[in-house]
Design a protein around this ligand. Sequence first.
Ligand code: SF4
Length: 363
Amino acid sequence: MRKKNKVPVWGEIIAELLTQGVRIKGDITKRKGGAGPSEGCTLLVNEIPVNVPVDGSYAKQSSYVVKKINGIFFLFRGDIKLFSVGMVPRPKFYDYVTSDGIAYDKIALLHGKDCLATTVFQKCIYWNSDKRCKFCGIELSLNSKRTTAVKTPAQLAEVAGTAKETDGIGHVVMTTGCTGSLKHTIRHLCDCIYEIKAFSGLPVHVQIEPPNDPSLLNELKDAGLDTIGLHIESFDEEILAKMAPIKSEIGLKWYTKAWEVSVDLFGKNQVSSFLIVGLGETKRSIIKGAEYLAKLGVYPFVVPLRPIPGSLMENAKPPESSVMVELCQEVGSILHKYNLSSKQNKAGCVRCGACSALPEFEI
Ligand code: SF4
């Protein structure tokens, strides 16, 4: 028997902001490119970081507006003034250059309020094929020269160390495209983890495809990795085959093995999978998938589809906020049942939480 939670006020507003986006009147710090949803700004809603879309066509129609009045940002719904919000300022570390001459903001970006995020390999072997994940934008920022193709361990360690000092960065997220050799990718990530931790002491999260050789997960653990994301994205098989053919080919069995080994290595709450809402899947597949993951000790990070301008899905629409609220309520109950909590997570998207309303629905 699951305990049904109430709809939290902030949770509902955050779900609306994540799905509708906001219109901004005046100057703000926007993110273009990089890891994760690659455009938007971070608002602090009741001090909760929310990574809000601002550039998608749907965001331009949003009923939410942020306006600066007498130096304070206020959130409006239509003409109604709701409350003041914070804006995460441009981080100081963006003004630095690495010892080998690369601007820090080409190496890593601030996500949420204290997360340093980077895409270590900014290319994907499936990008120019029909196997590319439809929602992905990994090479867009590389094509517009806003980042570099490969980040070295030394560059990442330097940026992490400085960003901790200048901006109070508390954790690091590393994601990557598929290189064609997962072994090579993992070995490089291990070097990055080791260097970042030796230099900054920050907890580190990586997001990779699940290796079929579990000893590679041991290598990540030995390098000092704290948490891992193995993202299946959808439990609706038909939708997964259409939207992320490679993940569909890998298959649930392979993912499950990697999740199990990872929970053994990194612990409960330290392994996660994104579940994207709005790809055309059934609601039931999200709830069933979340329960499947939670039972294994894996945190189901339920996020709304974020159509990235320039990606294959740039004209898609995010899901209705009412759907997100309903799913977050259900998944919040599942988290409670299996004793999972984002607050226990040491590093990564689950700790950051800026792309999902789910943490607000935890009981
Ligand atoms: S939840 Fe993940 S992708 Fe979203 S802003 Fe935070 S670190 Fe970035």
